[in-house]
Design a protein around this ligand. Structure first.
Ligand code: SAM
Length: 305
């Protein structure tokens, strides 16, 4: 499909303003319309940080009927996800005329290849928008994370979601470190995946998590722990509440040591989003930054070897 430079960004609920500010910060995109959390923008394709879902280079066609709409989609790709937007009954009938799309299930410790899918929606009963250029193949951009009643905090959802999104996670022969780990949601998830989990916080872990055989808890200020204290790490995790600049400085020290393969960190914002520091994270080679469904006023930075 040729680029049309027309994009739809679906805002994460409660974070529409952050998305709008991001688009304004990036300058090369012009906002055309804002409609119930859907931001239409024009300009060269950009992978944004704040949207829940991104549909780039939208195509538009006029359709006379439901069957014609299904036909248009089928002639442009095999698998399609409908965006929940407008005209739900009509949209459901169009979707029924398409191939069934088997979307990946989020299951901790299980790999699920992300299928090649496009996304579509109706703007009114005769106008269909679609594209095969989308950010992730999950309904409305949200990977549904299964409940885990044994996890000591809801933060477990962030790791399950990010691992599903990346289709990568630590394995039994790997050593990982989790900074800012109390009460232990992330350490709980990691203890089921990795061989050895170093878990660091100034506050003790939930008892059940701390008792896991492969968990080594260090009660310490994470900023006073350096690469020389720990050695090689396959994965570095941080969910510490701190200024983004402070996180950047810490991550830079660990990167410079050359001892860490993969990083996953939460960049948290108090008040206004610091877009300059986000650019610094983005400029680290192989970086990705996105807003997980489980993220609050924060983003997830990923840098995989
Ligand atoms: C959002 S909570 C982490 C939740 C955790 N990821 C989980 O899954 O349960 C942030 C944690 O960062 C810790 N923290 C803040 N500053 C820290 C520091 N300098 N060193 C270590 N931990 C710190 C806090 O004690 C707090 O437990």
């Amino acid at each position: 499909m040729d680029p049309t430079d027309l994009h739809l960004f679906v805002a994460s609920s409660s974070y529409e303003n952050d998305l709008i500010e991001e688009i304004q910060y990036r300058k090369s995109l012009t906002i055309l319309k804002k409609d119930s959390g859907m931001i239409w923008a024009q300009g060269p394709k950009q992978v944004l940080w704040w949207p829940q879902w991104q549909m780039w280079n939208l195509q538009k066609e006029t359709t006379e009927s439901i069957s014609q709409a299904s036909k248009i989609l089928k002639s442009n790709g095999k698998y399609w996800i409908g965006l929940d937007y407008k005209l739900h009954r009509r949209s459901a009938l169009i979707q029924e005329g398409l191939f069934k799309t088997k979307l990946p299930q989020v299951k901790r410790g299980q790999h699920a290849e992300l299928p090649k899918c496009g996304a579509w929606f109706l703007e009114d009963s005769n106008q269909i928008y679609f594209t095969t250029d989308i950010s992730i193949p999950f309904k409305n951009g949200i990977p549904e994370v299964p409940e885990d009643k044994n996890a000591p905090s809801r933060a477990f959802q962030k790791l399950d979601e990010v691992f599903a999104r990346l289709n990568r996670f630590p394995s039994k022969n790997e050593k990982v470190m989790d900074l800012g780990s109390h009460p232990g949601g992330w350490t709980w998830v990691l203890s089921q995946l990795a061989g050895h989990v170093i878990s660091v916080d100034t506050v003790a872990l939930d008892e059940k998590v701390g008792k896991q055989k492969n968990v080594e808890f260090i009660k310490k200020d994470a900023f006073k722990l350096g690469p020389a204290d720990i050695g090689n790490l396959d994965w570095f995790f941080s969910d510490i509440i701190c200024e983004p600049e402070r996180l950047y400085a810490m991550v830079s020290e660990w990167r410079d040591s050359g001892l860490v393969k993969n990083f996953i960190c939460t960049i948290k914002f108090k008040g206004k989003v610091d877009f300059k520091v986000l650019e610094k994270f983005q400029n680290i080679p192989k970086s990705q930054i996105f807003h997980l469904n489980a993220n609050k006023h924060e983003l997830t930075w990923v840098c995989l070897a």
